[in-house]
Design a protein around this ligand. Sequence first.
Ligand SMILES: NC(=O)c1ccc[n+]([C@@H]2O[C@H](COP(=O)([O-])OP(=O)(O)OC[C@H]3O[C@@H](n4cnc5c(N)ncnc54)[C@H](OP(=O)(O)O)[C@@H]3O)[C@@H](O)[C@H]2O)c1
Length: 296
Amino acid sequence: MICPSLPDTPSGFPLAIIGAGALGLHFAARLAGCGPVAVLARSAARAETLRAGLVVGDARFRPQAFGPDDPLRAEWVLLLVKTGDTEAAARQALHLQPHGILSLQNGLTESRLRAVCGSVPAAQGLTTEGAYRDSAGVHPAGAGETLLPPGFETLAAHLQAAGFRARIEPDMGPARLAKLLVNLAINPLTALHRVPNGALLDAPYRVELEALVDEAWPVLHAAGLRLDRTAAHARVVTVAAATAGNRSSMLQDVLAGRPTEIDAITGAVLDMASAQGRDLPLNRTVYTRIKGLAPP
Ligand SMILES: NC(=O)c1ccc[n+]([C@@H]2O[C@H](COP(=O)([O-])OP(=O)(O)OC[C@H]3O[C@@H](n4cnc5c(N)ncnc54)[C@H](OP(=O)(O)O)[C@@H]3O)[C@@H](O)[C@H]2O)c1
């Protein structure tokens, strides 16, 4: 399918994706069906490996992959690295001289992104698309919705043309807090207990799940979350049920011995709580236990 919204541009690529991981390659493979998409890898060697091709979903994908020192320009950048790599990836994005940089990371990273990007528009949207990777390739794990803030209409059009459910959300803050609520409840508990998401709905984990949500809710509500306490619990339960068989990204990180995103998820809520003069002992304990499991 040729998508009219992704034209080749004389200045380089209309779109670049930084982070050739599960989500980055899932997005790249679909977008590449519409037009040129540059994939920026962490190193030249990784870019070369990627150019040889890999399986994404049920097809072979040969990305137009580049290393950090390749001269390249792109009009829009999607930033899809883990939260610990945000600043390095943002600096790499700036070299492309884009009109804008959009993160679809979990957790809260927008202020860190903006601190690096200066006057270049940079923001955090969100996505409920899912994908994971293993030695066989990248596996899409459920279609979702992608929300982008105003100013990123062109990027939203690219995503829509590639078949993603994507829309501009005028008020990203509350939507981001709702996703943060889900992540702070499901991710650390699945990682600590090494269980799939759905197991949290039953004993003995359900009590802990409800307690984390109950404790964090006043902080998130004061910060702008537009779910009352009952709706907040219902949201977490609905997501855990809808993704019952999935292994959360934090569980996958812990099992693989990789750093987790706990700082950008529970850590961000603990910071919010402390700015509000509140303490969240249960969430703090979970944070400390996850920090004890993973490499720095
Ligand atoms: N996967 C999902 O289903 C999903 C859903 C919603 C949101 N998210 C969020 O999306 C983000 C990415 O998740 P993911 O699952 O795709 O992670 P991932 O599979 O670990 O992929 C991240 C990729 O970024 C690369 N990277 C790191 N620093 C880089 C840099 N400076 N320049 C270029 N590439 C760099 C990594 O390279 P190396 O391999 O060399 O380390 C890795 O390939 C996370 O914040 C996650 O929470 C994921």
